[in-house]
Design a protein around this ligand. Sequence first.
Ligand code: ADP
Length: 636
Amino acid sequence: MSVETQKETLGFQTEVKQLLNLMIHSLYSNKEIFLRELISNASDATDKLRFEALAKPELLEGGAALKIRISFDKEAKTVTLEDNGIGMSREDAITHLGTIAKSGTADFLQHLSGDQKKDSHLIGQFGVGFYSAFIVADKVDVFSRRAGLAASEGVHWASKGEGEFEIATVDKAERGTRIVLHLKKGEEEFADGWRLRNIIKKYSDHIALPIELPKEQHGEDKPAPSETETEWETVNRASALWTRPRTEVKDEEYQEFYKHVAHDFDNPLAWSHNKVEGKLEYTSLLYVPGRAPFDLYQRDASKGLKLYVQRVFIMDQADEFLPLYLRFIKGVVDSNDLSLNISREILQKDPVIDSMKSALTKRVLDMLEKLAKNDPEQYKAFWKNFGQVLKEGPAEDFANKEKIAGLLRFASTSSDAGEQSVALADYIGRMKEGQDKIYYLSGESYAQVKNSPHLEVFRKKGIEVLLLTDRIDEWLMSYLTEFDGKHFVDVARGDLDLGKLDSEEDKQAQEEVAKAKEGLAERLKTALGEQVAQVRVSHRLTDSPAILAIGEQDLGLQMRQILEASGQKVPESKPIFEFNPNHPLIEKLDAEPDEERFADLSHILFDQAALAAGDSLKDPAAYVQRLNKLLVELSA
Ligand code: ADP
């Protein structure tokens, strides 16, 4: 044993303590995954070394083949993983094995409820990585040395996984990392060649690097007594999965590879594996995750693909290959055209990347189309997790607007309880004879839009209306003007023209009524004054007395509220007041001789229409006063 110097004891970051605690309680039924996680890290570490060695070949220190060795000691009850990858310096070990760098972690962990704490999927969503060692070990020793540092600059990190870890500087002749797991009581089964081999085959067969175990002797599972005599054998397939032909890769292999690439626990929903030959040559393997990561909406959340050039790992999170609205896609891209010393800066400018990006984007959209068609249930899950992000698509990716629109799902007057399940193609399939527009109404919540007076005429005529209640919807609709040649029409906007859905007689009757009620319209306009842009007879109402429509060019309520909330100055716009000439209240109003009373009633109707549209009142006290005055008169 070499001498340890500069020994100190440090505390884990609070988040690490919480994670360790949760993990041990939620992953007890899936303990064996610790090996997968540690192998995954070792594989990443050799990838990083190979990459850095492109510029500095001396890092390879003579060039022994990159590999992972796993050994065990039944008596000492230990399992040891050793890799000759990039390794860690003392500082690396302190930060990487003592803190969690992902932003939003503390928040995520804090908000897990008691029940959720037992849910391995929630912890899995987070990616437990190195700390999973503590599922089976009550003490973990890590010996490491970063490539390029002197043998005397090795580090020994040790912890019982409770609140702190020890760190010391040690000699380490070989570059890379050795992790010794001291198995907990009851977990001795892992110190067993047969068991380890099975776990490796099950979860880590796809790892491109050889994973070696001591060779079994005479069918007996006993490693040789000393290191020098140990014969090793490779137990995994050890070839990069994406380089194999699609037909030879089993679903389970694709799934395990996904977990390695995405640091996810759950299976992906779908994947697409393609080899492109011709002007550009590359292989891509793209996955749709099964659930959203906890930091999907964090600005600095990990996104992008793992980039390889001719099988050599170049970088993680290469986000130049997919648009932002597909940032949830995980996977690898391996190019034969890019140079091995490509940097992020060059990636951003390289025209090759642009054409790869548009091809990969199309691949993802095709994969989603296929999923929607072949497995609507799975697509529903996809939509729940990532629908909001996909809605950013039409604004970002003009060229694929129609394709993205086809993937969107909406709630509508025909869907159950506000479920976002209606595709635009379904809507078009259900259109009434003579209908050539796609109608929608946006608002704050399903409860609010579902009962909006704007829907009355549509209900009467049996026409479906899409109900848009996500914050992003109105903004989305400002980019989506048509689908399949049909224009979108906001039913709360402008002068609703139902086109052929109204018969000639209907239209004539409407004109006549408008003419007959011109006087009332003018009287109302005088009473309401500057609050309204216009007053007119409505054709959209059956049950309500009045409604507020938005001007054709004005901002909708939702956009206005979002802009206001973000502190921006929003141009003032006045609504159009429409009244229902057949409503008894309007009839009464028309017959009201007293101008003051007429004005009071008009204001009440206006305010009520604003409330029904989900807007707030400019002067709520005045509304209450007028209403009370009316109530007093009524009960007098
Ligand atoms: P993640 O792998 O998701 O980043 P982990 O907790 O598994 O998170 O690991 C934290 C960090 O510790 C890694 O990102 C890496 O920098 C370092 N690390 C872990 N295992 C090794 C290893 N075998 N060799 C070198 N560095 C490692």
